[in-house]
Design a protein around this ligand. Sequence first.
Ligand SMILES: O=C(O)c1ccccc1N[C@@H]1O[C@H](COP(=O)(O)O)[C@@H](O)[C@H]1O
Length: 229
Amino acid sequence: MVKICGVESGRDVDLLRDCGADLVGVWCGVADGPRDLSVDRAAALVARVGAASPIPVLVTTLTDERRLRNVVDRTGARWVQLHGWQPPALVRRLKAEPGLVVVKVLHVGEGGCPEQRIIPAYERAGTDLFLLDALAAGRVGSTGTMVGAAAALAVVDRCTRPFLLAGGISPTNRAACEAVVSHPLYHGVDVDGAARDRRGRLDAERVAQLISAWRSSAAGPDADNPADD
Ligand SMILES: O=C(O)c1ccccc1N[C@@H]1O[C@H](COP(=O)(O)O)[C@@H](O)[C@H]1O
């Protein structure tokens, strides 16, 4: 699967659908997030994506259950990506709602994954899919930094649920991730920065390049790794 994150308008939704993205990230409740939307705006974009293909994914860092439920209910999203420090107990309470798919982000930084020891608790709580994203200088999300293959494998080898890979994913760095892509639980990628032009707008050509590079079964030449040329 290829997930592209951070739609802000109907134009963005239509662009991602036309390009063939599988999952469309709609931000709501991301404090200080550059693409955070009001609940009403997020609801309108979730509705515009529709329920079939692509699938809208509500991306949030909210940890307060009442506020989170309010956003889930009002947007109508059936996939929720918990990109913050939400505990397993919150996943369990969300999963009490039939049909809700919960994606839990596991942060991976130089010191490893802070959530590593509680991965089994997230799984018992019902997490459907994990998403590995880079933690860089304490910053969460859109770091543009790749999660190293060794660090990623150390985390996913503890998982029994499938995972998406995020963090600086681009059309040219798939080869550097081949060991992760080959993992039996690998399910796809999640991208923000590399899908955008210089002005920060989603760009159809870049999105098409990302989808082509990451959907194909074999890695092409890696521009970030001259040894591949
Ligand atoms: O970008 C942020 O500031 C952010 C804040 C809180 C949650 C998620 C955020 N961004 C997400 O980070 C990944 C990876 O982005 P990139 O490809 O490295 O630019 C993506 O899911 C963004 O939506």
